[in-house]
Every structure is written in structure tokens, then in C-alpha cells.
Ligand binder design. Structure first.
Ligand SMILES: NC(=O)c1ccc[n+]([C@@H]2O[C@H](COP(=O)([O-])OP(=O)(O)OC[C@H]3O[C@@H](n4cnc5c(N)ncnc54)[C@H](O)[C@@H]3O)[C@@H](O)[C@H]2O)c1
Ligand SMILES: [Zn+2]
Length: 400
């Protein structure tokens, strides 16, 4: 068939090849662990910023706690740093805030060698990742995660996403940072609830690949939570580095998620997006992940794939970390919808990750591997256990 321009349309097989373009970007980055990087004389962070225009994005709380240290460091080391303070909350994780970062980058004339810095939690680093991927079609950025979730998960990988149209993480990008700096001393000021949320992600990664990490967290969660993750010191540092390294090891084979839609790190992340959205984000990501972990372990035990004793150990670890194991929001309908939604994200397969031991997990690929009766029994069991826990707690309080 002749087109209007006279150009001959041919079937693909018979087309002439003009050029074959290869577009893969081989870009790596390093995740460093370092203590007190904002000390005015510490060169670690300063060397990364030196000689560049820097736009540092942070949250009101982090600015209040650490803003003066950032200013002192910039002054003492003669760095060119502008700061943008954004209300980085889950319900604000929108295109609008990404736009605010882009506007600030424009206003401070960030050039192509300019640098964005995300100093904050996962919401902050998600927004910065997306903005960095857009500004001048992509500029460099550094993540300095200041929450536990940030230091072991959100801040170390290559993704960033925002919520859109009522869907969690619907818009986003795979866009690697230039570097990540993990400074555990930031965790001293993190509210204990946020330490708990991070524990959920650590338990997740431990469950899929590291029994030692699981034991460290399960055995020491109370002290770690009480001390702002500083005590026991050696345990705290080992947990942080193991968790971040295991996460990256898991991501390494498939960082752009284009090799496979089967990812063990999706344990705890099948039902949780629906739980977060159904609660209008009143449930934090970490709490939703904990509930999803309890469900996945229970489903696995109900299928006879996880020993009952190991299921108890997992539930006990979640409870010891002060995490929820159930919410009434988790109805059968919500679960089925979550499974359908997630299949859209995983090329048509359910790929539900379930633990089959401490440090071992497998996939339930298709819906027929999860009979409705098993889902119903699992929900009923968790609802009952959570009611029993609440009753025991109120009896304890009444007695006390
Ligand atoms: N991109 C990814 O790969 C990825 C992975 C996991 C989670 N996430 C996302 O991360 C988000 C959760 O991140 P989060 O748990 O870090 O929470 P968050 O970003 O909501 O931050 C929590 C709060 O803690 C405050 N804060 C941060 N650091 C502090 C400190 N050192 N001391 C005191 N207060 C501090 C912040 O101001 C904020 O109000 C979710 O939106 C989730 O979807 C993304
Ligand atoms: Zn997560």
C-alpha cells in the first residue's frame, strides 16, 4: 500500500533496516555507610557536592533537626547548596510536589552538572528520584536517607514513584542515583513508629534470604527500638549493612525489572498497596507491609509449605517489633482485587511471594495455586489472633 507521502509501507519482515540503535545505559552507583556525615569537618558528603550547584530537598522535620548542620557544613566547606523544604507526606506524594522540585531547580539555575540531594525518608527520595529523571531529561542526584525504611530499602534501589489517580506508585521511573550515603546516626531522632516501619522491611528481606539477619532483628528489636537503633551498637550496624546489601543483591540481577516479573523482594508487597490505599494512607507503608507479611506466612502455612513453628516465629517477630498483623480492612474482596491489580503490574501473573522457611521464599505464580478456601482460612485465622491479642492487651491494662 502506498502512503500519502509516497513512502512504501512494507510488512516488518521485508523492511529495510536503516540502523540498529542500542540504548542501554551501564550506570552503577555505590552505597556507602558513614557516621555523622553532617559534621562540619567531615569530608564524605562535602566531597560529593564540591564545585557543583546543589539543590537539597528535605522535609520540615528534617530541616528543623538537621538544617543548621547542613548550613554549617556548606559554609565551612564553601559549598553552593540551596535548600527546598517540602511537605513530603504519603498523601502529598504527587506530581505537584515533583513540579515544585522542578520549579526550584529552574529558579536556582541548576545546570546539567547540577545535583539534587534527597535528605529525608522514602517519600522525599521518591519525589527527588522522579524530579531528577525529568529535569533536563535527567540530572544526577544523591540520596541521604534519614529513615530506617530509607536506609535499607527506599533509598538504596533505583526506583522512585508517586501516587496517581488513587493508585499507589502508579507513576515513576527507574533512575539510579549517583551515590547513596547511609548514616545510622540520623535514626536517633526518628520517632519509634518509623523505626518499626523499617523493621517490617528488614524482616521482609531477612525472610527471603538471610536467617542471620532475621535472628538479629527478632532477638534485639526491643533494644534497637528503645535506643533509636543505636544499641546494641554492633548489632545495629550489622543489621543496617546486611539489610541494605541483601536488598541490593536481590535487585542486582534485574534492577530495571525488565528481565523478570518474579521478584522475591516483592514479599509483603502484594496486598500492602491495596491496604495503604484503602486506609487513605492512614496505614503507613511499613505497617501495610507487616500485615502482608503475616498474610503471606499464614497462606504458606495453610498450604502446608511453611512449618507452623516457623510461622509462629515470623508472627512473633512482627509483634515484638510492635507491628500490626491484621486489619479489618483486609477483606476477601480487597485481597482478590489486590491480586488482580498486582497481576497487571507483573505481566499477567500473580507471582505472590510466600516464605517457606526463615530465609527462603517461593512464588505462587497463578491464581489457581491459591485456592479461595486457603485465603479465607488465612484471613479468619489472622483476624482471630489479632482479636485475641487485643483482648489480652486490654485485660493486661485493666489488671495493671
Ligand atoms: N522507591 C522505592 O524503591 C521504595 C521502596 C520502599 C518504600 N518506598 C516509599 O517510601 C515511603 C516511606 O518512606 P519512609 O518510611 O522513609 O517515610 P517518610 O518518607 O514518610 O518519612 C517519615 C517521616 O519521618 C520524618 N523524618 C525523616 N527522617 C527523620 C529523622 N532522622 N528524624 C526525625 N524525623 C525524620 C520525615 O519528616 C517524615 O515526616 C513510602 O511512600 C513508600 O512507598 C519506596
Ligand atoms: Zn516496601
Amino acid at each position: 500500500m502506498e502512503s500519502l507521502t509516497g513512502y512504501k509501507e512494507k510488512p516488518c519482515a521485508a523492511s529495510d533496516v536503516v540502523f540498529r540503535m542500542f540504548c542501554s545505559q551501564h550506570k552503577g552507583y555505590t552505597v556507602y555507610a558513614s557516621e555523622r556525615i553532617l559534621e562540619p569537618d567531615d569530608p564524605t558528603f562535602a566531597e560529593m557536592l564540591r564545585g557543583r550547584k546543589v539543590l537539597l530537598v528535605t522535609t520540615p522535620t528534617v530541616a528543623r533537626l538537621y538544617g543548621s548542620l547542613v548550613n554549617d557544613l556548606a559554609e565551612r566547606q564553601s559549598l553552593s547548596v540551596k535548600t527546598l523544604i517540602l511537605p513530603c507526606r504519603e498523601n502529598m506524594k504527587s506530581l505537584e510536589l515533583v513540579g515544585d522540585i522542578c520549579s526550584a531547580a529552574l529558579a536556582c539555575e541548576l545546570d546539567r552538572k547540577g545535583l539534587l540531594v534527597a535528605l529525608g525518608g522514602g517519600v522525599c527520595s521518591d519525589l527527588v528520584t522522579l524530579a531528577a529523571s525529568l529535569i533536563r531529561r535527567g540530572i544526577n542526584y544523591i540520596r541521604v536517607p534519614t529513615t530506617l525504611i530509607g536506609q535499607v530499602d527506599a533509598g538504596v534501589g533505583i526506583k522512585g514513584a508517586i501516587n496517581f489517580g488513587g493508585k499507589k506508585s502508579f507513576l515513576g521511573a527507574f533512575y539510579p542515583p549517583e551515590a547513596v550515603l547511609i548514616d545510622p546516626t540520623f535514626l536517633q531522632t526518628l520517632p519509634v513508629a518509623h523505626l518499626r516501619y523499617g523493621m517490617a522491611e528488614i524482616i521482609k528481606i531477612a525472610l527471603i534470604c538471610d536467617a542471620e539477619l532475621f535472628s538479629l532483628v527478632a532477638d534485639h528489636s526491643a533494644r534497637l527500638l528503645r535506643s533509636g537503633f543505636q544499641d546494641p551498637f554492633a548489632c545495629s550496624r550489622r543489621v543496617l549493612t546486611l539489610a541494605a546489601a541483601r536488598m541490593l543483591e536481590e535487585l542486582q540481577a534485574n534492577p530495571y525489572e525488565d528481565q523478570s516479573y518474579k521478584r522475591l523482594v516483592d514479599l509483603g508487597h502484594t496486598f500492602s498497596p491495596a491496604i495503604e490505599a484503602a486506609s487513605s494512607y492512614a496505614f503507613h507503608h511499613g505497617e501495610a507491609v507487616a500485615i502482608d507479611l503475616a498474610m503471606s506466612a499464614t497462606i504458606s502455612a495453610e498450604l502446608g509449605l511453611l512449618a507452623e513453628a516457623e510461622r509462629e516465629t515470623i508472627i512473633a517477630a512482627l509483634i515484638a517489633a510492635g507491628l500490626p498483623i491484621f486489619t479489618e480492612l483486609v477483606s476477601e474482596q480487597l485481597c482478590l482485587k489486590a491480586l488482580r491489580d498486582i497481576a497487571l503490574h507483573r505481566a499477567g501473573s500473580m507471582n505472590l511471594v510466600i516464605p517457606v522457611g526463615i530465609g527462603r521464599a517461593i512464588f505462587l505464580e497463578h491464581e489457581d495455586e491459591l485456592p479461595l478456601a486457603v485465603l479465607r482460612r488465612s484471613l479468619k485465622r489472622l483476624a482471630q489472633e489479632s482479636r485475641e491479642m487485643e483482648n489480652a492487651e486490654s485485660a493486661f491494662c485493666a489488671y495493671g
